[in-house]
Design a protein around this ligand. Structure first.
Ligand code: NAD
Length: 282
C-alpha cells in the first residue's frame, strides 16, 4: 500500500470508521431512519430492508393505509416501526414532523426522500398545472423534508440522506417531460447539497433506478391498450431485458445508509439493468 502523505488534511473517517467483517456489514443496528413514500413499492421495500438490518423505521406517507400496512409487516417479523402521515409538499407539515421526531428520537441517522409521482406527456401535452404538481412533489418535497431534518443531522455531525431520482434524471425520457425534468432536478439538488455539506459528516446521495415493478409502473401499464406489449417494451429498455425489483433498489439504499458507504457523497448511482450504460447501437 502506498505510504500516506501526512501533510495532507486527513479525512476524520480515517481515524474513526470501524469497518465490520463482511458478514456483519451494512448493519443499521441502533439507527433511526425515516422513509417517505414507504406505504408502497420501493419505499416499502426500503423500510422493510432497513428494519431487517436493525433500524427503527419511521414510515412517512400521504397514504395512511399503505403506510400502516408497511408498519404491520415490519412489526409482524419482530422489527420496530411507526407510521406518520406526511404530505411532502407541505413545508409546514414537514417542519412540524421534524420537530416532533427530533423531540422523540433525536437526530435521524438516515433520511430517505423516496415519495414521488409520475405522469405521461410531452412539452405540448403536459399542462402547466401537471408540470407544477410534478415539481412540487418530486423536487420541492425533497427540499421541504430535508430542510426539516438536516440541521439536527449536521449538528450531530453524522447522517445519510438518500434521494430517489431515476434513470430519467440522467437521460431524457420520451413522453415523460415533467417527470424527467423533476428527476434531473433531484440529481442537481443532491449533488449541490452534498457539496454544501460535505464537511459536516452528513452524506447526501441519490439513486437512479431504471424501471422497477411497483404499483407506480403497473398503474402506467393500465393506460396502454395492449398491456402485454407495453410490459415487454418496458422490459426491453433495460439492457438486461427485465424490470428491476423493489428489493434490489432497497439493497443499494441499504449500502448508502450504512457506515460502509462512508466515502460516498454527491453520487447519483444508477441501478437500472444497464439502461443508462449506453445506447447499444454501436
Ligand atoms: P409508488 O407509487 O408505488 O409509491 C410512491 C409512494 O409515495 C406512495 O405510497 C404514495 O402514497 C407516496 N406519495 C406520493 N405523493 C406523496 C406526497 N405528496 N407525500 C407523501 N407521500 C407521497 O411508486 P414507486 O415505484 O415505489 O416509486 C418510488 C420512488 O421511486 C418515486 O420517487 C419514483 O419516481 C422513483 N422511481 C420509480 C421507478 C419505477 O420504475 N418504479 C423508477 C425510477 C424511480
Amino acid at each position: 500500500m502506498p505510504a500516506r502523505v501526512s501533510s495532507t488534511p486527513q479525512n476524520p473517517a480515517d481515524d474513526t470508521a470501524v469497518f465490520r467483517d463482511p458478514p456483519n456489514m451494512f448493519s443499521l443496528r441502533a439507527k433511526k431512519a425515516l422513509v417517505t413514500g414507504a406505504g408502497s413499492g420501493i419505499g416499502a421495500a426500503i423500510a422493510k430492508t432497513f428494519s431487517r438490518a436493525g433500524a427503527h423505521v419511521i414510515v412517512a406517507d400521504l397514504n395512511e393505509s399503505g403506510g400502516r400496512h408497511t408498519v404491520s409487516e415490519i412489526v409482524s417479523v419482530g422489527g420496530t416501526a411507526e407510521f406518520v402521515t406526511l404530505d411532502v409538499t407541505s413545508e409546514t407539515a414537514c417542519q412540524t414532523l421534524g420537530r416532533e421526531i427530533l423531540a422523540k428520537h433525536g437526530p435521524l441517522d438516515v433520511l430517505v426522500n423516496n415519495a414521488g409521482i409520475g405522469a405521461v406527456g410531452t412539452l405540448l401535452t403536459t399542462s402547466g398545472s401537471e408540470f407544477d404538481r410534478m415539481l412540487q412533489v418530486n423536487v420541492r418535497g425533497i427540499f421541504n423534508v430535508t430542510r426539516a431534518f438536516l440541521p439536527a443531522m449536521i449538528e450531530r455531525g453524522a447522517g445519510s440522506v438518500i434521494n430517489m431520482a431515476s434513470a430519467a434524471g440522467l437521460e431524457g425520457l420520451k413522453d415523460r417531460l415533467a417527470y424527467a425534468t423533476s428527476k434531473h432536478a433531484v440529481v442537481g439538488l443532491t449533488r449541490s447539497a452534498a457539496l454544501d455539506h460535505a464537511k459536516s459528516g452528513v452524506r447526501i446521495n441519490c439513486l437512479c433506478p431504471g424501471r422497477i415493478e411497483t404499483p407506480f409502473v403497473t398503474s402506467r401499464l393500465a393506460e396502454y391498450p395492449d398491456r402485454e406489449a407495453a410490459y415487454l417494451e418496458m422490459c426491453s429498455t433495460q439492457a438486461n431485458g427485465r424490470m428491476g425489483r423493489p428489493d434490489e433498489v432497497a439493497a443499494l439504499a441499504l449500502y448508502l445508509a450504512s457506515d460502509e458507504s462512508s466515502f460516498v457523497t454527491g453520487a447519483a448511482l444508477a441501478i437500472d439493468g444497464g439502461m443508462t450504460a449506453g445506447s447499444g447501437r454501436f
